[in-house]
Design a protein around this ligand. Structure first.
Ligand code: KG4
Ligand code: ZN
Length: 400
């Protein structure tokens, strides 16, 4: 079957087209990515220093149709409509569904006049969690094309998608698994008994790990988004994982639960950075000195986050006798995090078995994309509906 997927949970507009074939009951499903287009709002984020829901919603409205066209073209599914038989009745349906997204309505109507229905069997759309105004744009877009072309829609959970994207390259996952989903909006440890059966073991009580990277990068004057910048800088530290100067806290590292807290780390960075500045006079002595200090801070922030993430995930793996550790979400693109997780899984620790299987997606599938939405939609295809009026976006959707 061919799945069209739509992902607008934060500031990336993602459209993917996936060809999927179910394997035997034991697994082995086959996927082929026909198109994976992500229109990123990073330039805007850089300009304004973060994501603002109303602005991101406007960008999704603008980007959805061009991204859709690019994806259809890439998948060789874009065909011009020669007969121009666009029906007025259906136009009214679209206007009603997209009444809050006038720009998207205009773009979609001109698209539908120009092109014929592509060979798509299922539409999969992220309906939460995420920024609710952004989620609604994607959900309404899915509703409109579903109505117009008569294709059923399956709503999917963004966190589950960050986990299931791993099935693209790992056909069989051994359960139970412990998944660590670390992104700009979430940090959760999830026990996965099988596909579709999850239990949240722990999560952040305040900032998400990616949010912590982004805020620390801002304090250090490094720009946005912080995670990739911090990772790049940290790689230049003499011993990336052992700088120790400044010394930052590892919040909640030794608590008995599986929860996290990253807001204190951000505050510690702020104070340490200010102290450092005062010590070196109002301005740092030289540009070179500033750069070296930024490197030291980046390496220590990154290591503090990694230490806590690994400690809590390995603890969950031990307590729940996991066979596999699954990583997902934007922060899982961090190469030092992957490397250190791999070391722990291979060698084990005195209290965790060794040879735990570790899986994680390619970096471009760790951050937000719609391939993950398509794969998740495939596993929930039985929940697809043509009664789109009931579809809702939910910013606080839980995976359980
Ligand atoms: O999953 P994602 O694309 O969007 C959300 O669902 O939030 O994650 C974005 C987050 C941002 O906070 C970004 O700074 C972080 O992932 N990130 C990274 C890296 N690449 C992206 N953090 C650390 N190292 C990276 N290489
Ligand atoms: Zn995400």
């Amino acid at each position: 079957m061919k799945i069209l997927a739509i992902e607008t949970s934060c500031d990336d507009t993602g459209i993917a087209i996936l060809s999927a074939k179910g394997g035997p009951a034991s697994g082995g499903d086959e996927f082929e990515v026909l198109a994976n287009i992500v229109s990123s709002q990073t330039a805007l984020g850089k300009k304004y220093g973060g994501v603002f829901p109303a602005m991101a919603k406007r960008e999704h409205q603008k980007n959805l149709v061009p991204t859709f066209v690019e994806a259809l073209e890439k998948a060789k599914l874009l065909k011009t409509n020669m007969s121009q038989n666009f029906t007025a009745v259906k136009k009214t349906d679209i206007a009603e569904i997209l009444s809050r997204e006038p720009e998207l309505e205009k773009n979609l109507i001109s698209f539908l006049k120009k092109y014929v229905k592509p060979n798509i069997d299922l539409i999969s759309v992220t309906n939460g969690p995420g920024l609710e105004p952004c989620l609604w744009v994607g959900v309404n877009f899915a509703k409109a094309i579903s109505q117009f072309w008569n294709i059923p829609v399956v709503p999917v959970n963004h966190i589950e998608s960050h986990i299931l994207v791993n099935l693209l390259e790992n056909k069989n996952i051994t359960f139970p698994s412990v998944a660590l989903v670390v992104s700009g909006g979430h940090t959760q440890i999830i026990l996965m008994k099988k596909i579709g059966k999850y239990e949240i073991l722990g999560e952040t009580r305040d900032d998400a790990a990616g949010e912590c990277f982004d805020k620390c990068a801002k304090i250090l004057g490094l720009g946005y988004p912080g995670g990739p910048i911090i990772s790049k800088l940290a790689a230049q530290a003499v011993i990336p994982s052992l700088t120790g100067n400044p010394v930052l806290p590892r919040p909640m590292m030794f608590t008995k639960d599986y929860d996290f807290s990253f807001s204190g780390l951000k505050t510690a960075v702020l104070y340490a950075w200010q102290k450092n500045k005062q010590r070196s006079g109002k301005f740092f002595a030289s540009r070179q000195k500033t750069y070296q200090t930024q490197i030291a801070f980046a390496a220590e922030v990154q290591q503090a986050v990694i230490d806590v993430l690994i400690k809590k995930t390995m603890k969950a793996a031990r307590d729940y006798k996991a066979k596999t550790i699954i990583l997902g979400g934007g922060v899982s693109a961090n190469s030092e995090l992957r490397k250190q997780f791999a070391r722990h899984c291979e060698r084990g620790t005195p209290w965790v078995r060794s040879n735990l299987t570790l899986i994680y997606p390619k970096p471009n599938l760790s951050t937000d994309n719609a391939v993950m939405t398509a794969i998740t939609g495939f596993y929930h295809r039985k929940s697809a509906t043509s009664d789109v009026a009931q579809l809702r976006a939910d910013g606080n959707l839980r995976i359980e």
